[in-house]
Design a protein around this ligand. Structure first.
Ligand SMILES: C[S@@+](CC[C@H](N)C(=O)[O-])C[C@H]1O[C@@H](n2cnc3c(N)ncnc32)[C@H](O)[C@@H]1O
Length: 325
């Protein structure tokens, strides 16, 4: 079995080895067929190297938003940021199936002319995809001053190529429908909205206020990943816009939320990050989940300024009986 390649002995205990990444290396998952590459999405040859002529049904892209949130990303002049965005957008559209969905998370900085969202949307008008929706997710933490509305929006653009799948079942939230009294005549009979309803819970629509932003008390937290998206938002997108066994891509992988959710939702995921530490964390998170059933490391310190603080044994969690096989 190929998984044997991923095992090594440390302190006489058999553990699954997490690969170390350097630029250009691609890890292939022997179990579910996922790929994680340390690559640059703005380079066509890197995207080709990861995809090897396969086409994806769904892309979920979450680039840096051109704000100084930490030392890793500076603020580019807007036209340079849009020029860079155009490269990764073209490289993404090239590897999408003729019927596919393309989601882009982006910010609109209230302190800086709402950049980069409006310019990005205008740039996208010339691309061979059409805008299908504009979703806003409500974050719990925000920024702003006592003299302004707190900035808690997280924008999600939804583009399509051809006629992709949309499974409306993924849209239902856990929030019960409460309001009765919307009457409508159906086949001559006055009906109330609860009678007509397909579900007892409300639809998410294009304002998602039911998703908890990741923070340190949550199991799925990866302490030190500053831009981690919740698994719940990845699940909603993946299950609405792909079928089981479809290929999903995320070329700004970071904490690996798309990769892990693809595993949970039985899809295959090809992902990359330009930073070798995040590539390793993505693979470690997947292997840790397979070994322990945990979806993150909660409060454990995992990364600081892009450097991994935990060793392989800590990342993988306690060995189980499966390790004896
Ligand atoms: C906003 S984070 C993505 C967060 C991710 N959605 C998650 O849930 O964890 C952006 C990531 O893009 C990576 N990145 C930046 N430039 C890149 C490039 N040219 N190619 C690939 N990855 C890049 C960064 O290292 C960072 O980890």
């Amino acid at each position: 079995m190929p998984i044997v390649q991923d095992r090594k002995k440390i302190n006489n205990k058999t553990i699954v080895k997490i690969p170390d990444f350097e630029y250009g290396f691609i890890w292939e998952d022997p179990i579910s067929g996922h790929r994680v590459g340390c690559l640059d999405v703005s380079k066509k040859e890197d995207v080709k190297k990861l995809m090897r002529d396969e086409k994806a049904i769904l892309a979920i892209q979450d680039p840096p938003y051109n704000v100084d949130i930490n030392d890793e990303f500076g603020n580019l002049p807007l036209n340079q940021y849009i020029g860079w965005s155009e490269k990764w957008v073209d490289n993404t559209i090239d590897i999408l199936d003729k019927n596919s969905s393309f989601y882009v998370w982006l910010g609109a900085d209230i302190r800086d002319g709402l950049q980069p969202l409006p310019d990005f949307i205008i740039m996208m008008r010339n691309k061979p995809v059409s805008i299908r929706n504009f979703i806003t997710m409500r974050n719990q933490r925000g920024y702003g001053t006592q003299k302004n509305w707190m900035a808690i929006r997280q924008e999600l653009l939804y583009y399509i190529k051809g006629e992709p799948i949309f499974d409306v079942r993924a849209e239902y939230t856990d929030i019960p429908k409460k309001t009765k009294g919307y009457y409508k005549k159906i086949n001559g009979k006055i009906t109330e909205n609860f009678e007509r309803s397909k579900s007892l819970t409300i639809r998410a629509g294009n304002v998602w206020h039911d998703i908890q932003q990741v923070f340190y008390l949550m199991h799925e937290n990866i302490e030190g990943c500053f831009a981690q998206k919740p698994l719940k938002s990845a699940k909603r997108i993946i299950e609405a816009s792909s079928n089981q066994r479809d290929l999903v891509v995320d070329f700004f992988g970071h904490s690996g939320s798309t990769l892990l959710q693809a595993e949970l939702s039985k899809r295959k995921c090809y992902t990359m990050d330009i930073n070798p530490a995040y590539c390793k964390i993505m693979v470690a998170r997947l292997l840790h989940y397979r070994r322990t059933g945990e979806i993150g490391w909660g409060r454990t310190k995992i990364l600081k300024e892009g450097n991994i603080l935990a060793d392989d044994e800590q990342l993988l969690g306690a060995p189980t009986l499966l390790d004896l096989i």
